[in-house]
Design a protein around this ligand. Sequence first.
Ligand SMILES: N[C@@H](CCC(=O)N[C@@H](CS)C(=O)NCC(=O)O)C(=O)O
Length: 261
Amino acid sequence: MLPLLPEPRIAIVRLYFYFFDIDARHSHRQSAQARPAAMLPNRCSHFPIQTMYTLYYSPGTASMVVHLALLELGVAHELRLIDLDAKAQKDPEYLRLNPSGVVPTLIVDGAPYYECAALMLMLGERHADTGLAPMPGAAGRNRFLQWTLHFANTLQPAFRQWFYPADFGPPDQADAMREFARRRIEAVWERLEAHLAANGPYLLGDAFSLLDLYATMLMRWSRNMPKPADRWPTIATLAQRIKARASWKRVYEIEGLGEWA
Ligand SMILES: N[C@@H](CCC(=O)N[C@@H](CS)C(=O)NCC(=O)O)C(=O)O
């Protein structure tokens, strides 16, 4: 049985309902007659999903894509801040939810799940009616899976090596580790630039999806690198589109982010 009460060092930051236009083409906030998306009739799923999600997060980290997805999908959720500086992610209570001792963790129907890419896929499937993640058989599904896994298996580990070189080798090798990580990260931007130039403006062409949020969160992580992702022109165009979305602005407000606005 999971603890229902938060561990004391994990503060509940905000509980809110955020109402979005579920049509992905219009990301502005809905008018007064709008209802929470979680309460709307689910057009495609077999049963309506009205769960309250709980996201354990830290500002600007891998939890950001999950936070963005919750807002875009318009589903009810609460946030619990994990203070990485205070090492709250290594607290035994938190390790029971996420044995890796990292953020994010998402509580879904009372059970904890981790790995941000998996959480994005899970949310997209649970709220398939929003059309923000292509389901099996739909156009773009294969590309959606390919890029999601590519980011999770290639880009994210390279970023981990960039930010945490000590996890990968002795301290005197840190510069070499980071240099290797930099090359791996830039190689992904090269590939993404070519893909977007040929198939954009979004990763799935004309259709915005949760994958664009994932890509843009990762782009943001490169902002202080020697060659940030938005030096590639078509990537920069996608970044601008995503930064213009209400969900991106809202996450900045809630998480208190400033850089790369
Ligand atoms: N593969 C995991 C990686 C998560 C991860 O590395 N999170 C970082 C923040 S971006 C973290 O919690 N770092 C704290 C630590 O490693 O102690 C995922 O995608 O969710």
